[in-house]
Design a binder for this molecule. Structure first.
Ligand code: ZN
Length: 269
């Protein structure tokens, strides 16, 4: 049975990932990983695109068309599908993820740490401050991995989005945030690889030069997908992959059946 660690980096542009993340690109260069160019769904905003990545449904299907639609998802997420098969699920993520798949509205005391085998996300650490440090979040994810040995683990850092809004993407601060994340991967990923995880690293949306996102520009729509897994042919791929292909790909890695709504676009080799 393959286990999957999915890292959903909020607000990371494709070009920034290609230029700043030396460790991840090193793995691609040495035929240990693949890098794809993903075109996101629209609008390029978080909550709708979390649904795209975690349920494989576009906003017009999910009904989660903006960050202001605050309710549980009506779709079957990867968490639900995995739990139904008896797999263990976990997430270190922003509170929107708890609101979509576990509890709504988010309660900062009750929902900050969750452990309930009946929930879609069985083991969760959900932060609510956009400035929550990526360093702490990466460790939250690693704690969940070591403590509960989940089959599907979502790790969701917010720093790129936060810094992008403050300083814009063409800034020392935004590039530094990508470098810091890459350092965390350099530290954590070798252990994940040794333990035979399929590692999937992507982003929900990019960021335009005003430090905003909602629109259709390549700055907002182009995000990276790195896969460190024997299920992919290693290398750099420049053709656009639709973001809707990612959820079904993760389901296949976990040997889960796809929902009827999911795309059949295949990026596995
Ligand atoms: Zn944002």
């Amino acid at each position: 049975m393959g286990k999957v660690i999915m890292v959903m980096i909020d607000g990371l542009r494709y070009d920034t990932a290609c230029m700043q993340m030396g460790y991840l690109n090193h793995l691609v260069e040495k035929n240990l990983a693949a890098r794809f160019l993903v075109k996101t769904e629209l609008p390029t905003v978080s909550r709708p695109l979390y649904e795209v990545l975690l349920t494989g449904t576009a906003p017009h299907v999910s009904g989660i068309t903006s960050n202001d639609i605050i309710r549980l998802s009506e779709q079957k997420s990867i968490f639900h599908l995995a739990k139904e098969k008896g797999l263990k699920t976990a997430a270190a993520a922003y509170f929107f993820i708890s609101e979509l798949y576990n509890h709504v509205p988010y309660d900062i005391i009750e929902d900050r740490e969750q452990r309930d085998e009946n929930s879609a996300i069985q083991y969760g650490k959900f932060y609510f401050d956009d400035s929550y440090p990526d360093s702490h979040l990466m460790i939250d994810g690693e704690i969940l991995r070591r403590r509960y040995d989940p089959d599907f683990l979502l790790i969701h850092p917010m720093g790129m989005d936060y810094v992008g809004h403050l300083f814009g993407p063409d800034s020392k601060e935004y590039r530094k945030q990508a470098i810091e994340l890459d350092r965390w991967f350099a530290w954590l990923a070798p252990g994940w690889m040794e333990n035979n995880y399929h590692i999937v690293i992507t982003s929900d949306h990019g960021m335009n030069n005003d430090g905003l996102h909602q629109g259709i520009s390549p700055d907002e729509r182009h995000v990276p997908l790195f896969t460190i897994s024997s299920a992919f042919k290693p290398g750099f791929y420049s053709e656009e992959v639709p973001q809707l292909a990612i959820a079904p790909m993760v389901c296949k890695l976990l040997k889960l059946e796809l929902t009827e709504e999911m795309s059949t676009f295949n990026i596995l080799s």
